[in-house]
Design a protein around this ligand. Structure first.
Ligand code: FES
Ligand SMILES: [Fe+2]
Length: 478
């Protein structure tokens, strides 16, 4: 790898001088900056004035554009300026001319700022633009959230025939329903007439669905049953106008759907995970108790990164939780698409009593790519589902489960949730601050702790693989 040392090129020297020298640039900045510059210049963007002097490829362009002043770093605004002109959906871009191909390459350049082949001890985090770039966000929606198995609900919500719940996945309205034949099905919750949401309640039980707009009815198997005042319409086949199905499956107590009709089965996606989880007997031992939803002002990946830092932040950000976690015995194990963090819990005199009373046995923190976490202690579990709401906003859905959900255990369960809420508040403050820092011109990427941050490394590599695969697909078809 070509590296600019502190005494290397002028670019390296400038970075070194400010303590901001960054080998990522020496590898990738030239093509990225060159195409970026072209786009910005064409758009007349003021961001062009922030282009860095780090790009040798821009030396001639700089002299051709009087008045440009180059700071020493690669400010996020440059990336933001670039992505303003690349906000078209992938499908639209793919069908257009050469200018759009240039734009596509720019998204690719952002992806290329990350090198997935670096081993952990050489690795950098994914670069900061990935956390605020609208195109990366859109690409994630299409190539990660619309392609992977996603948890949308719990099996207990659809236990009886006719039970249904609605969900939103990658911007798509979904309804999951158990049919009269006992089979679990999922559909796009979009009427085949004029696209209204057919099911408007978050959950319930039904014998059929009636669209609230013009009254079309569908069976809970998705078949179109009746259309009001639709006689005389030619070339319309009712049988071909049922609700559009979506792949659905369950594992443990979780209902998963996948918007990609060609996706591998859930079992294949989960790989070794069921085996890891089986000894906990979650479904057998624990029952759903309550839900909390938090809205964070950060990119969804900030929350996942925070989860996957191997307990690194626990002694600093979570003093209460830290009092029971045996930090030095904390283990981190990566699987194909999952990371298991685990730690024995102590209950010695120094442990905070509220925490020690509700966190016993061994902590078990399992992350499943890309956005689902299972946190289990003895008799206690919560799951976290991280949902992107925009480039710098996400929701985290906490579902709480306990071994005993009777009235007798109410106080203890509520106390356990209180502990979790405190931890979540602490994480929220950190995540919001990290999002602000990621937008700073002082930061592009950071290094990873070999002892602690292997999970984050796995997450970044998986994400890079999905995003680059998706971006290369239309290009390959040209
Ligand atoms: S949109 Fe559903 S009946 Fe018209
Ligand atoms: Fe935390």
């Amino acid at each position: 790898m070509l590296q600019h040392g502190p005494n290397g090129s002028g670019a390296g020297f400038e970075f070194s001088f400010l303590g901001l020298w960054h080998p990522l640039f020496s590898r990738f900045y030239t093509p990225a900056c060159t195409s970026l510059f072209r786009v910005l210049k064409r758009k007349g963007s003021s961001a062009v004035h922030s282009l860095p002097s780090l790009c040798p490829g821009l030396a001639s362009a700089a002299t051709a554009a009087p008045g440009i002043q180059f700071p020493f770093f690669f400010p996020p605004k440059v990336f933001r300026g670039m992505t303003m002109c690349t906000a078209l959906p992938q499908t639209v871009r793919a069908s257009q001319g050469t200018e759009e191909h240039l734009m596509e390459r720019n998204v690719g350049d952002l992806l290329n700022l990350y090198n997935p082949n670096d081993p952990l001890d050489h690795a950098w985090t994914i670069p900061s633009p990935w956390y605020f770039d609208p195109d990366i966000h859109e690409l994630e929606q299409q190539s990660v959230f619309a392609k992977t198995w996603q948890v949308v609900g719990r099996a207990d919500q659809v236990r009886e025939n006719g039970d249904f719940f609605t969900a939103d996945l990658a911007g798509e309205p979904i309804v999951v329903v158990r049919g009269e034949d006992g089979q679990l099905r999922a559909f796009y919750n979009v009427c085949r007439h004029h696209a209204a949401a057919v099911v408007t309640e978050p959950q319930g039980r039904a014998k059929q669905f009636r669209c609230p707009y013009h009254g079309w009815t569908y069976g809970i198997d998705g078949a179109l049953k009746g259309m009001v005042e639709f006689e005389g319409v030619c070339n319309f086949e009712r049988a071909k106008n049922g609700l559009v199905p979506v792949m659905v499956d369950t594992w443990e107590t979780f209902v998963y759907v996948n918007l990609d009709g060609r996706a591998a089965r859930l079992r294949d996606f989960l790989g070794a995970i069921p085996e890891i989880v089986a000894p906990l007997q979650l479904t057998k031992k624990l029952k759903y108790f309550d839900r909390r939803i938090y809205t964070l002002h950060c990119n969804w990946k900030v929350y996942v990164d925070n989860y996957l830092d191997g307990g690194y932040h626990v002694p600093h950000a979570h003093k209460g939780l830290s009092s029971v976690i045996e930090y030095t015995k904390y283990t981190i194990e990566n699987f194909e698409r999952a990371c298991l963090q685990s730690s024995p819990l102590s209950s010695d005199a120094k442990s905070q009593s509220g925490v020690a009373a509700t966190r016993q046995g061994r902590a078990f923190y399992l992350w499943i790519y890309p956005n689902f976490m299972i946190n289990a202690y003895e008799g206690v579990m919560d799951t976290n589902l991280v949902l992107p709401l925009g480039v710098d906003k996400c929701a985290v859905v906490f579902d709480y489960y306990f071994a005993n959900v009777s009235k007798k255990a109410l106080k203890k369960n509520q106390a356990s949730i209180k502990v979790s809420e405190r931890v979540q508040d602490e994480d929220e403050a950190i995540c919001d601050a990290v999002q602000r820092g990621l937008g700073s011109r002082a930061y592009v990427a950071g290094r990873l702790s070999v002892r602690r941050e292997a999970g984050e490394h796995l997450f970044h590599r998986l994400l890079h693989a999905d995003l680059t695969r998706a971006l290369n697909r239309p290009a390959a078809a040209d």
